[in-house]
Design a binder for this molecule. Structure first.
Ligand code: PHB
Length: 404
């Protein structure tokens, strides 16, 4: 006969076993849920300048990226998208450190890169860790050659500068002067512009370089005027366009017959409303205008204005399209974030953007897009860059020229 003690203890033992089995089961189930939800979260770390001289354009990128997620939901291919935005202040070393931190600590599956100098600093980190990195802002051609994990959703300055030179020479410009910011994107813009302007039968009288940190355009505009060009090509970062417009009209260049031309940055939509009449009639070559006539763009401009109180511009559309590219890639991989599968999925991807049709060049991982020739005109009393000619599906001319 089994002693009561034993029977009790056995019953007790089996009861305890059942309880702990239940508890263990519950614990495992919880762990499973945690593990599943961690696996189902895809983190996207965006490294951009939210403070410092480039803060305006960093905020525009962030606003574009957030708007895309708001409009399209934060779940794609069964994955919950978590956006993490980090401020690099426009300082390359910060960009590198933040990228490392996002990879190691936050375990991001994607990165978004901002201006050229910080994106260049991030390149070795991105390559070593194999993190697909969408270039949301930078416009320098060399970037995508610095890492096989860079894919560009922004633009290249060459795309716009080539079209600007081709259009200007076809429309009678023969004597030009360039004024460019002394940094990598400016240098690239000037090289492409010069080459295309000469190929179009024109003469480049001078190429003046303005320091990035202290842009006083007046002396450069005066020097340009002194050699009597018929056009002045200006390539500067987007956020400097108000100062340029003011000094251009203060110097009387707007009335001199010398045409101000350049990439879209000089008529940045976000600043255009603040330039008054100074840029009336200015012709630029750009990939995005808030006045682009499509329903998708009108809806985008309205939603962006509602969310931010600003006019959407060529910078914010990079953040918006960058997120679109990540969503499309995840849909194509069925939610897999395997870096090589993601990059393969991005190559050749095409979609309709607020800027018009776009695609990723499978060879270079650069964006292929229409470049529009636009003229600043007033609509309801406000200046807009109104498109009047289209150069379709323009590839990055720097790579086209060197690697064909
Ligand atoms: C760049 O970082 O390459 C860049 C940023 C802003 C611009 C143009 C180029 O307006």
């Amino acid at each position: 006969m089994i002693p009561i003690f034993d029977r009790r203890s056995r019953r007790a033992a089996s009861h305890i076993g059942f309880a702990s089995a239940l508890a263990l089961g519950a614990l495992l189930a919880t762990l499973n849920v945690v593990a599943a939800s961690a696996a189902d979260v895809v983190k996207v770390g965006i490294v951009i300048p939210m403070t410092g001289p480039f803060a305006a354009i960093g905020r525009e990128v962030a606003a574009g990226a957030k708007l895309f997620v708001e409009q399209h939901g934060d779940v794609v291919a069964g994955k919950k998208i978590e956006l993490i935005i980090r401020d690099d202040g426009g300082v390359p070393d910060n960009g590198k450190r933040l990228a490392q931190d996002l990879i190691v600590t936050d375990k991001v599956s994607f990165l978004g890169a901002g201006i050229t100098p910080t994106a260049l600093a991030m390149a070795p980190v991105v390559s070593e860790a194999k993190v697909p990195t969408v270039v949301l802002l930078a416009g320098t051609s060399i970037l995508t050659e610095r890492s096989p994990y860079f894919v560009r959703a922004s633009f290249t300055l060459g795309q716009q500068s080539a079209v600007m030179a081709d259009w200007a020479t076809r429309n009678g410009s023969r004597r030009t002067v360039g004024i460019i910011t002394d940094w990598t994107p400016g240098t690239e813009a000037s090289k492409v512009y010069e080459q295309h302007f000469k190929d179009g039968g024109g003469q480049v009288l001078d190429m003046l370089r303005i320091p990035l940190a202290s842009p006083d355009f007046a002396p450069f505009l005066q020097r340009a005027r002194d050699v009597s060009p018929d056009s002045v090509f200006v390539s500067i970062p987007a956020f400097q366009s108000v100062a340029l417009a003011r000094q251009f009209s203060e110097r009387g260049l707007d009335k001199s017959g010398i045409k101000l031309i350049g990439p879209g940055d000089i008529v940045d939509d976000d600043d255009l409303a603040g330039t008054g009449d100074a840029l009336d009639g200015v012709v630029t070559a750009g990939f995005y205008s808030a006045a682009h006539p499509s329903k998708l763009n009108a809806d985008y401009v309205a939603a962006y204005a509602k969310a931010t109180g600003h006019r959407a511009n060529h910078v914010s559309v990079g953040g918006y399209d960058g997120m679109n590219l990540i969503y499309l890639a995840l849909q194509k991989t069925g939610g897999s974030t395997d870096p090589d599968r993601v990059i393969e999925a991005m190559k050749g991807m095409s979609w309709e953007s607020p800027r018009g049709p776009v695609a990723i060049d499978p060879r270079t991982r650069d964006i292929v897009q229409n470049i529009y020739v636009r003229k600043v005109e007033k609509r309801n009393g406000e200046p807009w860059a109104v498109e009047f000619a289209t150069f379709e599906a323009v590839k990055d001319p720097v790579k086209e020229a060197t690697t064909q």
